[in-house]
Design a protein around this ligand. Sequence first.
Ligand code: NAD
Length: 250
Amino acid sequence: FLEGKRALVTGSTSGIGLAIARALSAEGAEVILNGFGDEGEVARLCEELGASHSGADLTDAAQIETMMADAGEVDILVNNAGMQHVSPVEDFPVDKWDTIIALNLTAAFHTTRLVVPGMKAKGWGRIINTASAHSKVASPFKSAYNSAKHGLDGFTKTIALELAEHGVTANCISPGYVWTPLVENQIPDTMKARGLTREQVINDILLAKQPTKKFVQPEELGALAVFLCRKEAQNVNGANWSVDGGWTAD
Ligand code: NAD
């Protein structure tokens, strides 16, 4: 049902973004991938999805502008690229703070401001932002990430109100823990910050938050993104949709 629609999914060479790109492509959307990765692997993904790819670094506004100009008219914008850093606030590297805010929050502002005129002109658009359970609640040692994700929720609600009469919806998808490289890579720093073993981090920190005691699968987020593009979701606007096994119900 997405034939004729163009979807740009940021951070889609891996993890959740890739699963969302695959799900939108399976419904017929023309997909533009973005993100870093091995050249051969990116080429393989482009072939698999019949997609094109932008390697823009989304911490850089100028590179975002180039990516958006190259993309042309985008009907479905998925702001998904993100990164994490785990550290006590007093030791939090200042450059990491700046990078996380730039990638996890400011990039969504730039892509959005650049797609909105086209969506308004067409009277149809979908903006889907990958936030996090950490857009609703906090965990210690993730000050930059939690700040950016709470900010992304506020940004999404704001544009949802601004665009409500233009056939454009804006929503957040907020996963709990999903088994992707982003989660795997934070395990060593969490072990260090909390003095725990790998197994303790997985069971006592990560899965302890999720009442289902299961990692969310990226495909579940792909399916939700597809739903948000459906006509039946035209009144789902400004929502922050949890997929966290009940974490934020607590
Ligand atoms: P991932 O590390 O598997 O993928 C991140 C993607 O972003 C990759 O494609 C990477 O190349 C790209 N990227 C990184 N830096 C970039 C930059 N400067 N410019 C452009 N692209 C860049 O991570 P993931 O787990 O799939 O996370 C995707 C999103 O989901 C993030 O916003 C993350 O905060 C959010 N999220 C993840 C989880 C989880 O448990 N994995 C939970 C909640 C929210």
